[in-house]
Design a protein around this ligand. Structure first.
Ligand code: ADP
Ligand code: MG
Length: 254
């Protein structure tokens, strides 16, 4: 196990801190003694075999899943249990899933303004101006008045990213955001994520796209059977994995 997490964290502040986190589903121990710190502006790519606990780990960070022991804090604050504080946390932690989950009966623009107007109390006009800016940034500004079904999967996923960004999250979680896309649309989404990474967003990304990991990640975290087995820079991890499990995994996917 490589404890030197060789990320260039410098003196940047820790934004997501997980300490000794454990989680079961019934008899299944899905997160085992997880220690993970992600610093402001850092991009962490989480990889590992199917069923190793990557999605569950992400979901504990915005409390879509509860944990049984250990602690998680965001920007120095422990995860709230419920109520207003939990709603605030959810808007601090943006999440983009494999399925885009846009509201089918709302326009693209309304999908992006909904959170800021309903949850953050931003005025309609300001929310729209910001939404249009974000839609431009992800390359779908000209689709603002359409409905999700009129867009391609790649465009919908970029809208989903814009929708998360509209809440001004402190950290963005991506759980296999390109897995449901046709191959020709994968890059347009990865390009938006790469830009976002370069803009300084703190990101945790579960993906099998190793090209993205090499290009955008500060650190690769490898999970297996609910544990963080190894972590290193992409360069170190891909050229010189330490554990047998990581070697085996890379042998299958590369
Ligand atoms: P990964 O994202 O790495 O594929 P997951 O976090 O989705 O892994 O799942 C880890 C393990 O937990 C798997 O064995 C999965 O079947 C199990 N699991 C995930 N969610 C649930 C759930 N809600 N109830 C029961 N078991 C679950
Ligand atoms: Mg998963």
């Amino acid at each position: 196990m490589s404890t030197a997490a060789s990320a260039p964290s410098g003196d940047r502040r820790p934004l997501v801190v997980m300490e000794q986190v454990n989680k079961h589903f019934g008899d299944l121990h899905v997160l085992r003694d997880i220690d993970l710190t992600v610093h402001e502006g850092e991009v962490v790519v989480l990889i590992g075999p199917s069923g190793s606990g990557k999605s569950t780990l992400c979901r504990t960070i915005n409390r879509l899943e509860t944990i049984e022991s250990g602690s998680i804090s965001i920007d120095g604050r422990p995860l709230p249990e419920e109520g207003k504080a939990l709603a605030q946390l959810r808007s601090d932690v943006g999440m983009v899933f494999q399925s885009f989950n846009l509201f089918a009966h709302k326009t693209i623009l309304d999908n992006v303004t909904l959170g800021p107007t309903k949850v953050r109390g931003v005025g309609r006009k300001d929310a729209e101006a910001r939404a249009r800016q974000l839609l431009d940034r992800v390359g779908v500004g000209h689709q603002a008045d359409k409905y999700p079904a009129q867009l391609s999967g790649g465009q919908q996923q970029r809208v989903a990213i814009a929708r998360s960004l509209a809440m001004d999250p402190k950290v963005m979680l991506f759980d296999e955001p390109t897995s449901a896309l046709d191959p020709e649309m994968i890059n347009e989404v990865l390009d938006v994520m790469t830009q976002l990474a370069r803009s300084g967003m703190t990101m945790i990304v579960v993906t099998h796209e190793m090209g993205f990991a090499r290009k955008a990640a500060d650190r690769v975290v490898f999970m297996s059977d609910g544990r963080i087995v190894e972590q290193a820079t992409p360069e170190q991890f891909f050229t010189n994995p330490q554990s047998d499990r990581a070697k085996d995994f890379l042998g299958k996917i590369l």
